[in-house]
Design a protein around this ligand. Structure first.
Ligand SMILES: Nc1nc2c(c(=O)[nH]1)N[C@H]1C(S)=C(S)[C@@H](COP(=O)(O)OP(=O)(O)OC[C@H]3O[C@@H](n4cnc5c(=O)[nH]c(N)nc54)[C@H](O)[C@@H]3O)O[C@H]1N2
Ligand SMILES: Nc1nc2c(c(=O)[nH]1)N[C@H]1C(S)=C(S)[C@@H](COP(=O)(O)OP(=O)(O)OC[C@H]3O[C@@H](n4cnc5c(=O)[nH]c(N)nc54)[C@H](O)[C@@H]3O)O[C@H]1N2
Ligand code: SF4
Ligand SMILES: [Mo]
Length: 699
């Protein structure tokens, strides 16, 4: 037996990319632990990372390229060589380009981020403006809200110097373990943490003050805080006068949201709103920690998020020490990425429906209506999809989307697992995990790692970027950066840092970049803000342009979603909130890992005990959740951390997917983001089974 070696890798399951120490023997992974001796990580990993061996050696891993032999969606495949796979892709994509134009092919990325720049280059070289990603449901709407006000990419809170942290709905103990230690330390340092969360989450529980609004009412809450800050003259008058546009109209608008009125809308006691506003405005510097999802997963999401972000502008907490601070280079107008959707004369999908997305710009096409565009409701026919990690379960009406995917002339998906989305494909490509490739990881403090390949890729699985490089060569597509090897591509990315792949290989734990650009604060003193007015815009001139055509307002107006008929009529009296992160789940991916699957053996429908009593549903009992769009069955779990009148279900579960309950049209008009976290339902008792059926969790 060969001796055990430790390889310095990183976990690729989520974007935290925690460093891992992998013990390897005879080419097999023996154990996985948090990476030691890493100055920017504390050596801990979450339950998902700890189950890495079950992720890598999973029985559903795809090990070879496969070609469909049965009917579409039947899931019958035959092993083929990479050469044959490339040949088919080349033939079919070129055929579609000739027949329908390059725009008929969509280049799509699921959650993983690491390969995205290469996929974008592939789309550009092919000539399609339709590079789009899972970010049509995640992060970009928050970023868009930010950009509409501050003109640059979203700025994180300066946790080192802040005195008040307004944690507006990030449940980081469950969703971003890498931040947990820093967050925990804030309290010891005397930082006042205010949590805004619809539930008393584990993270909110640690805060000094907790506000618990109804889902999707965050805009009203933030506007009421602004009401207090302005009426009590706690705002930063000098900053506002010099650097802010639209203050008068905004101040007039927030008058409607007195704390008392906001209490009616949000369910947060008026005194708490006043208290939070005073602390945020007076105990400065203050900053806001935001979520990529919870505030923007509503049909009023972008405006609610803008109302939240506006609080930084009126209190002078933008780009100052301890406030929300610009990253180096982030104040400059957008780079190569920013031009993406404008490289092409052909408009991208989503441009007509969501123009603000493109004007600000969000740097990629908007695929919120992908299913409808495939069905023929787009600007032109969509005939092919080249996807890396497409998973239909993330979208509202997932089964319908999968059926649409089956109608495409050509659909190829690369994934680690043979997911149901892959089963709808003509061609399936085997991707490898982060433990089977070298990868660049950039951490805080200008720390850069080139992770080590712990083991060789299983079967014939491949690193997606290497695959794209080879495929582009095979297709004769030219690209400045992807024409060499994977290593040359990595060196290109590293260039500004002053590091090289060769050097990093000698330092498996990582190195500090040679060229470090230190951020300079108070960018607004040196240069105009990159908005049409040159100032921070409380009234967005970009958004106001679409008032007539799309009904979009420049002010962060609050829109009451509960006015919708299904709720008002009383037929669906409960608010449906889905997808709050669970520590052991990662969208629709982790159910196949035995260690994790056993932690929660059945689909849970979380309800408040008083709703349980009101609707005659006992804890553990089977319960049917019915919405105007569909119904699913799960098991009731009483949850006192959430508000009465709200039902919460995790998403992505085959056989009980919460996304079947949400209609396609339930979308934010600015971003197209689905209203995952505030739709309507009713609950009905099912049969009184005592045992839970674990086979329901088969994916
Ligand atoms: N374990 C695990 N970690 C993950 C993921 C995963 O699937 N599993 N996914 C990753 C991804 S893609 C993302 S986007 C992030 C998201 O991670 P987070 O930003 O933490 O988002 P969530 O967990 O969806 O929600 C955070 C909190 O928002 C609250 N909330 C829900 N609706 C509302 C609302 O309308 N208003 C307010 N104020 N609060 C609300 C919930 O109660 C929850 O406690 O997590 C990432 N990390
Ligand atoms: N109801 C509801 N729906 C939601 C949400 C919600 O809160 N509620 N959240 C939304 C959000 S914020 C997000 S981000 C989306 C996420 O939704 P998805 O993008 O579907 O996320 P995942 O299922 O994590 O990943 C997609 C696929 O990528 C594959 N994959 C992983 N690593 C690699 C790799 O290196 N290469 C390749 N080729 N494939 C890989 C995985 O196996 C998986 O099948 O879901 C959205 N959907
Ligand atoms: S938080 Fe967990 S899943 Fe995410 S990278 Fe770290 S160990 Fe992996
Ligand atoms: Mo996300």
């Amino acid at each position: 037996m060969a001796s055990v070696k430790i390889r310095k890798s990183s976990c690729g399951i989520c974007s935290s990319q925690c460093p891992l120490d992998i013990r390897v023997q005879d080419g097999k992974i023996r154990s996985v632990e948090g990476g030691k001796n890493n100055p920017f990580q504390y050596g801990g990993i979450c339950s998902k990372g700890a189950a890495s061996r079950q992720y890598v050696y999973n029985k559903e891993r795809i090990l070879y390229p496969m070609k469909r032999v049965g009917k579409k969606g039947e899931g019958k495949f035959e092993r083929i060589s990479w050469e044959e796979a490339f040949h088919i892709i080349k033939d079919r994509l070129n055929e579609l380009r000739e027949k329908y134009g390059p725009e008929s092919v969509v280049f799509y990325a699921g959650y993983p981020k690491w390969f995205r720049p290469a996929l974008l280059r592939f789309a550009n070289a092919f000539g399609s403006p339709n590079y789009c990603t899972e970010s049509s449901t995640c992060f970009q709407a928050a970023n868009l809200a930010w950009r509409s006000i501050y003109g640059n990419n979203i700025c994180p809170p300066d946790l080192r110097h802040t005195k008040t942290l307004l944690n507006w709905s990030k449940n980081l103990y469950h969703s971003a373990v890498d931040m947990a230690e820093t967050y925990r330390e804030l309290k010891d340092k005397g930082v006042t943490v205010i949590a805004v969360d619809t539930r008393n989450s584990v993270t909110a529980h640690d805060a000094s003050l907790r506000l618990q609004p109804y889902p999707g009412t965050d805009g009203a809450l933030a506007l009421a805080m602004a009401n207090v800050i302005i009426s009590e003259k706690l705002y930063d008058r000098e900053f506002v006068q010099k650097y802010v546009y639209g203050f008068e109209e905004y101040a007039e608008y927030v008058k409607k949201f007195s704390p008392k009125e906001a209490e009616q809308i949000t369910g947060v006691p008026a005194e708490q709103i006043v208290q939070a506003a005073r602390i945020f405005a007076c105990n400065k510097p203050s900053s806001i920690l935001f979520s990529a999802s919870s505030i923007v997963h509503h049909i009023n999401g972008v405006q609610n998020q803008r109302a939240v972000f506006s609080l930084l502008a009126i209190t002078g907490n933008y780009d100052v020490d301890g406030g929300n601070v610009c990253m180096p280079g982030e104040t400059a107008p957008r780079n190569e990425y920013g031009k993406v959707t404008r490289f092409h004369e052909i408009p991208a999908i989503g441009e007509k429906d969501y123009p603000v997305w493109f004007d600000l710009p969000c740097e990629e096409a908007n695929c919120a209506r992908l299913s409808e565009y495939i069905a023929g409701d787009g600007p032109y026919p969509i005939k092919g999809i080249f996807a890396l990690g497409l998973n239909h379960r993330m979208w509202p009406q997932p089964e319908k989307l999968n059926k649409e995917l089956e109608t495409l002339d050509f659909y190829v998906n690369s994934d680690l697992f043979l997911s149901d989305s892959s089963k709808a494909a003509d061609l399936v490509l085997p991707a490898c995990s982060s433990l089977e490739r070298e990868e660049l990881v950039f951490r805080g403090g200008a720390w850069v790692e080139l992770t080590q390949k712990a083991i060789e890729p299983l079967g014939e699985s491949r690193n997606d970027i290497e695959m794209i490089i080879d495929l582009m060569k095979y297709m004769g597509l030219k690209d400045q950066v992807l024409s060499g090897t994977y290593e040359e591509y990595l060196d290109y990315i590293l260039k500004p840092s002053g590091l090289t792949v060769k050097e990093l290989r000698k330092h498996p734990g990582g190195m500090k970049a040679v060229n470090v650009i230190l951020p300079e604060r108070r960018s607004w003193e040196r240069e105009p803000v990159h908005t049409p007015s040159g100032k921070i815009e409380l009234k967005s001139l970009v958004m106001e342009k679409y008032r007539e055509s799309h009904g979009i307002r420049g002010l962060p107006v609050y829109c009451e979603y509960r006015d919708a008929q299904p709720y008002r009529s009383g037929e669906y009296p409960l608010i449906l909130n889905t997808g709050s992160r669970r520590p052991q789940w990662f969208h629709a991916r982790m159910y196949r890992l035995p260690w994790l699957a056993q932690l929660e053996k059945a689909p849970l429908v979380q309800i408040h005990p008083s709703d349980g009593a009101g609707y005659g549903i006992r804890e553990g009992q089977r319960v049917r959740v019915v919405s105007p769009a569909g119904s699913i069955t799960g098991y009731a779990e009483y949850n006192i951390a959430q508000k009465q009148g709200v039902v919460h279900i995790y998403h992505g579960l085959k056989g009980a997917d919460a996304n079947e309950l949400i209609p396609e049209a339930w979308k934010d008009p600015v971003s197209g983001f689905p209203g995952y976290k505030s739709y309507f339902c009713r609950i009905e008792p099912g049969d009184l089974e005592s045992g839970m059926n674990t086979s329901e969790r088969e994916q």
